[in-house]
Design a protein around this ligand. Structure first.
Ligand code: SF4
Length: 467
């Protein structure tokens, strides 16, 4: 545009006038700025009057060019009033050492030198806010989440270094690749700042975080921090505490260094009812050493019952969740019975169980003595029966206590009354139990309330909201 009036009235879309002077290099700078303006949704106005502000790209090569540039700036100020100056002349000083353009035209909004697209755009944003973009403006800074707004999953690594015989994940996703610790903590912060109250940490093998990077030192806010589960848990615990939120760890294989994570949970004043939760999802899959060897499970040699008891000695209310496979090829009745005994002794809080099912491409398919499908299913039902008795026993101890509950929403009960639903630190979203509760007062969905527990069953709790 130059010096052509078209009448009054600005378009609804923010509109920028552009005056380009000077050599081809300046012209390229102008093209970059105009391209960026258009990419962000600004209109390029055909006249000063149609523009909401004007950018003048100047030339300072010879006196005539300087004069032309200063004239163009003066004209834009007179016709429009809002002017940003860029280009070679913007970098020139007057004889008294001040910026030449600001001395001659003190009313300009801003002055930059040449090759300064980002700087020019910053001044444009400040003086003429960026137009709404229906494609990107609906995306929150933390990205789009497919979960409810108050909880989110955060993946800290991809792939797996193990080769469990029933699993084909490593052949699809390859070996473990951990994300940098700075990157993970940045995403966690963005999620908390966007309103997430519970962050669920996931991966194929959370305990192995950083192994592929040799636990190298990364940076969190400029501080050196090792890429390791304990350090990550410490960072996330601090962030969660600062945002009054929860962090929950999933897929934690019981390698020895997990004991340090439990010590970290114990060191929190809340003992894991806030911040880093006293909750570990430890996928054990079986307890019999021969079956674990056939499964090629990681950490199968660990003394799991002793470990769990030691964790409970440190954090009495720690929730230990696990998953198991029954009817694995070659599993004898005796080995299955030993698994049930393990369940009774370990007193796990939350448990999932699958009847073995062959996955195309898994090494376990070639193992001898497959268990018939009906028997696999019968073992699964018996397993769940034993576990629901254990679970009912474990939950009974909470009756009479007051627990912090993250509110999920409401449902209708059998008598068609509305009851509130929430989860305690013991309950991961979608897979564990819930708390159903009544009470007067506003229900902060996605926020925390205190609930006094009045009864329990095999998996869930009931109670009354306090306050
Ligand atoms: S089941 Fe085994 S191989 Fe598969 S992802 Fe988990 S640890 Fe890795």
């Amino acid at each position: 545009m130059r010096r052509k009036g078209r009448g009054a009235g600005h378009a609804a879309v923010p509109s920028v006038g552009f005056v380009s002077l000077g050599c081809p290099k300046a012209l390229v700078d102008s093209e970059h700025i105009v391209t960026q303006l258009r990419a962000e949704g600004y209109e390029i106005a055909p006249s000063y009057r149609d523009a909401d502000l004007v950018v003048v790209n100047t030339c300072g090569f010879i006196d005539a060019a300087v004069a032309e540039s200063l004239d163009a700036i003066g004209e834009a100020l007179a016709e429009n009033g809002k002017v940003i100056v860029t280009g070679c002349l913007g970098a020139r000083d007057s004889p008294d050492g001040a910026n030449l353009i600001e001395s001659v035209h003190p009313k300009v909004l801003a002055v930059t030198g040449p090759h300064a697209t980002a700087e020019v755009m910053e001044h444009v944003h400040r003086n003429l806010p960026k137009p709404h973009d229906p494609y990107t403006d609906l995306v929150p800074p933390a990205g789009i989440k497919l979960t409810a707004r108050h909880y989110a999953y955060l993946k800290i690594s991809e792939g797996c270094n193990h080769r469990c015989s029933f699993c084909i994940i490593p052949s699809m996703r390859g070996d473990l690749v951990s994300r940098g610790i700075g990157d993970v903590v940045r995403e966690a912060r963005a999620l908390f700042e966007s309103g997430v109250r519970e962050l669920v940490i996931v991966s194929q093998d959370t305990s192995a975080y950083g192994v592929d990077l040799r636990y190298r030192t990364g940076f969190v806010d400029g501080r050196p921090v090792r890429t390791r589960l304990l350090e990550l848990a410490r960072e996330l615990a601090a962030l969660a505490a600062a945002h009054d939120a929860w962090v929950r760890l999933h897929y934690v294989y019981p390698y020895p260094h997990v004991d340090e994570v439990v010590e970290l949970i114990a060191s929190q004043p809340s003992q894991g009812t806030r911040g880093l939760l006293a909750y570990l999802d430890v996928p054990l899959q079986h307890s019999d050493p021969r079956i674990l060897r056939l499964m090629k499970r990681p950490a199968s040699g660990e003394r799991n019952i002793e470990r769990i008891r030691a964790w409970r000695a440190l954090v009495p209310d720690i929730t230990v969740r696990s998953t198991f496979i029954v009817g694995f090829p070659g599993e004898t009745q005796r080995e299955f019975e030993s698994l049930l005994e393990f369940l009774e002794q370990a007193e796990l809080d939350r448990v999932g169980c699958f009847a073995y099912s062959p996955v195309h491409g898994a090494a376990a398919n070639g193992l001898p003595d497959p268990v018939p499908a009906a028997e696999r299913e019968a073992r699964r039902e018996r397993f769940m029966q034993v576990q629901s008795e254990v679970s009912a026993r474990r939950l009974r101890r909470f009756v009479g206590r007051t627990m912090r509950v993250l509110v999920e929403g409401t449902e209708q009960d059998a008598s068609n009354r509305t009851v509130a639903l929430g989860r305690t630190a013991m309950d991961a979203p979608e897979i564990d139990g819930v708390v159903r509760f009544g009470g007067s007062g506003k229900l902060p969905i996605g926020g925390f309330v205190d609930v006094r527990i009045s009864s329990s069953d095999a998996h869930d709790l009931r109670g009354e909201m306090i306050g």
